[in-house]
Design a protein around this ligand. Structure first.
Ligand code: GLV
Length: 379
């Protein structure tokens, strides 16, 4: 077992262990992947400001996200198909997050259902919602999240129409995963994954099985999304969701000041600045470039979270310095899970926390809540 020191190590282990179609689903982006690359390139171009001879003993990474205490300003992002990276992955991820003290977000498109996770994990988790054409079904998901005592609802606004991910089509990504002449060779090289995932009880969309026709045997994910997700979704529907839900509401997929102002006016508790990890509108700006204008537009009226390219504690600090209250990790989480299961997720969280803590110290910062633009180099 190699010594794991960073998220990149976990990514490499996951690439060797997880079936290519699933690994590519997690790792790749839409179309030419320009926005996927911009997310990383623009984060790396943000320079932290090294400071010296400042007492940085007794540091704290603790803060709150939508009023909930967290060990560090990070939450696990909703990731579809999580349980195909490692059997029961959503339960394992939620457990690791609960133990660590950060929120776990369960995707609508998860393999384990809301009820599966709620029965296996003691602490409340967040639930991410996609609005379906069948509004009765969307409403029932909200009711199920309430019954499971989820502590926030994350409504995703940037994926009513799916951006094309070329690799998913080339790989014939299907749920449950299928053995085809094209995939058999890859899967033979990944016996650990095959034994773990292909023999697992849960292999299709836990939240949708028995509820939505065809949900337990999809031709391709993209075709199915096109049929089920409601492209008429509008701000009026956001109000409908807010009223039905009645709890903490987080709006995900805001990349523009104008949308941010409307989001605030709905009374949301937080927005997530996101381009869906470069998986949707290719050619749009990186999340880190959009963050300052959203922070300005929101003007403290709700919390601002960030996602898109976070691979380290340094990246978390970069986002906080731009005004984010917290950051979501999607790929970093899924790779960690795909590499080493629950232990991998705990390790990834610990790696990021340590990097954040040391980087804060080297910037002369003791309390993560005091990250400001002043910890960045302006030139
Ligand atoms: C979302 O569900 C995605 O596949 O990006």
């Amino acid at each position: 077992m190699p010594v794991v020191t960073c998220i990149e190590d976990l990514r490499r282990i996951a690439e060797r262990r997880v079936a290519k179609a699933i690994f590519d689903y997690v790792s790749r982006g839409s179309y030419s992947e320009e926005t996927l690359r911009a997310n990383r390139a623009d984060l790396e171009a943000v320079h932290l400001r090294q400071r010296v001879a400042i007492d940085v003993d007794k540091r704290s990474t603790k803060t709150t996200l939508v009023g909930q205490d967290v060990a560090m300003p990070v939450a696990i992002a909703p990731v579809g198909l999580t349980g195909l990276n490692w059997a029961d992955g959503e339960i394992l991820g939620a457990r690791a997050a609960a133990r660590f003290g950060v929120p776990f977000t369960l995707s609508t498109m998860s393999i384990c259902s809301i009820e599966d996770v709620a029965s296996e994990v003691q602490k409340p988790f967040w639930f991410q919602l996609y609005v379906f054409r069948d509004r009765g079904f969307a409403a029932s998901l909200i009711e199920r999240a309430k019954a499971a005592k989820c502590s926030a609802l994350v409504l995703t606004l940037d994926l009513q129409i799916q951006g094309q991910r070329h690799m998913d089509l080339k790989n014939g990504l299907a749920v449950p995963p299928r053995l085809t002449p094209g995939t058999v060779l890859d899967i033979l090289k990944k016996p650990g994954w095959a034994l773990n995932v292909m023999t697992s009880r849960r292999r299709s969309f836990g939240n949708l099985e028995g509820q939505i026709k065809g949900a337990d045997n999809l031709l391709t994910l993209s075709q199915w999304i096109a049929g089920q997700f409601d492209p008429t979704l509008s701000w009026r529907d956001v109000e409908w969701v807010k009223k039905l839900w009645g709890g903490k509401l987080i709006l995900k997929g805001i990349l523009d000041a104008e949308d941010a102002r409307i989001a605030v006016s709905t009374g949301a508790d937080a927005v997530v600045v996101s381009n869906h990890g470069g998986r949707q509108l290719d050619g749009t700006i990186s999340s880190i470039r959009a963050l300052p204008e959203v922070v300005d537009a929101v003007a403290g009226r709700c919390e601002v979270f960030f996602d898109g390219g976070i691979r380290s504690g340094q990246d978390v600090l970069r986002a906080l310095a731009h005004g984010a209250r917290g950051a979501l990790i999607g790929r970093a989480f899924a790779w960690a899970l795909g590499a080493l299961g629950e232990e991998g997720v705990s390790l990834a969280l610990e790696i990021i926390r340590k990097e954040l803590d040391v980087s804060m110290a080297l910037c002369g910062l003791k309390d993560v809540r005091e990250a400001r633009p002043s910890i960045l180099r302006s030139g």
